[in-house]
Design a binder for this molecule. Structure first.
Ligand code: TXA
Ligand code: MG
Length: 335
């Protein structure tokens, strides 16, 4: 077991000495957890296969679930990507750096270990100065799955990473809470029209504004996007999802579970439900989808820490990033 160090670093203007130290850890085959605008990632040098293997081990991640290669302006994309379709380039020009991951044909430099034996690779340029400085310093792509134990809620703070991966990661760069709070949108641009494989921080509406209509999922989604096959985002408590503004159903379920002797935590956002009650187990978020997105993974973890048996969560409308939030909530509830 390694000792895990947490080092605070400025999100906007990271100290070059800290970045240099983190790059040395990566060059030595170590793992560095890093902030992004979506969630924290678990970084390793994409060309160092033992290090990549230890990313899978640290997370307990199935080997058929490929990793995203994170890039920065100084990285040569053509060493990673064999062919960038026009639609992909249009999306890059509009949304990088940002919460957009593109699935494209890979070069022979990208190991099957990284791509889960597919002939494609997922690439993204995160909008976070710490992540960008780290990747530029490394001078290679950096693999970066979300820095949580596989299946658990994604980490939106350095503390979440520590709670899950203490002893399995060498260094955690702490630049404060992630802004967006859900992962990047994954789009396969090798098919026509392009297909959204995972909803995320970039909305379908914004994607379609640039490249026109896209497919979402599709029949062979499970084959093309291995991540969708596995259980995800789940706290220890059982999650029950109640649709947005269904006050009656919410109140009924709450009293039912309490009658059954369950310790119930709630996460709500509609104004009517917010009035229902107060207290530590009742978490009220403003009825703003981006704010809900930023905080709900943290609330899952906090309610878990309070030892609840059941988390009753009110959904959000499926507009914009709300579609990504609802995808996470449904999977957490295993519906
Ligand atoms: O926002 C994010 O994307 C975060 C931050 C750290 O950048 N990273 C992240 O990575 O969420 P991860 O490993 O937790 O999720 C990667 C997703 C998985 O659903 C995986 O199956 C999919 O991307 N993926 C990766 N490579 C793929 C490929 N070649 N084809 C299809 N899907 C791929
Ligand atoms: Mg993940």
């Amino acid at each position: 077991m390694n000792e895990t160090k947490i080092i605070p670093v400025s999100a906007t203007n990271p100290d070059p000495h800290i970045i240099h130290h983190a790059v040395e850890v990566l060059r030595g085959g170590g793992l560095v957890a890093f902030p992004t605008e979506t969630v924290y990632g678990l970084g390793a040098d994409v060309l160092n296969l033992p290090a990549v293997r230890s990313v899978f081990d640290a997370k307990g991640r199935p080997s058929d679930n490929p990793l995203i290669v994170h890039v920065a302006p100084m990285i040569h994309l053509d060493e990673i990507v064999d062919e960038m379709p026009e639609m992909g380039q249009l999306l890059i020009d509009s949304f990088w750096p940002g919460p957009l991951t593109l699935v494209v044909k890979k070069t022979i430099l990208i190991s099957d270990l990284v791509s889960g034996n597919l002939d494609t690779v997922a690439v993204r340029m995160p909008a976070n100065n710490v992540a960008l400085a780290l990747i530029n310093g490394l001078g290679e792509g950096m693999v970066g799955p979300s820095a949580n134990i596989s299946g658990r809620p994604s980490p939106t703070t350095a503390q979440h990473v520590y709670d899950d991966l203490r002893g399995r990661v060498d260094l955690i760069l702490d630049a404060g809470p992630a802004e967006i709070g859900v992962e990047s949108t994954v789009i396969d641009v090798t098919v026509d029209p392009p297909a959204i494989l995972r909803r995320g921080g970039l909305s379908q509406e914004n994607v379609e504004r640039i490249i026109g209509p896209v497919q979402v999922g599709g029949g062979d989604l499970a084959r093309r996007s291995p991540g969708t096959r596995h259980r995800h985002y789940a706290p220890r408590a059982r999650v029950i999802l109640v649709p947005f503004e269904n006050d009656r159903e919410f109140a009924d379920r709450l009293s039912l579970h309490r009658q059954n002797g369950n310790h119930v935590g709630c996460i709500v956002n509609s104004p009517q439900l917010a009035k229902l009650e107060a207290g530590e187990l009742f978490r009220v978020l403003p009825s703003s989808i981006p704010i809900f997105a930023r905080h709900f993974f943290r609330m899952f973890r906090e309610l878990d820490a309070l030892g609840v048996d059941v988390i009753l969560v009110e959904g959000v409308p499926e507009d914009g990033i709300g579609a990504a939030v609802m995808d996470r909530l449904r999977r957490a509830a295993q519906e």
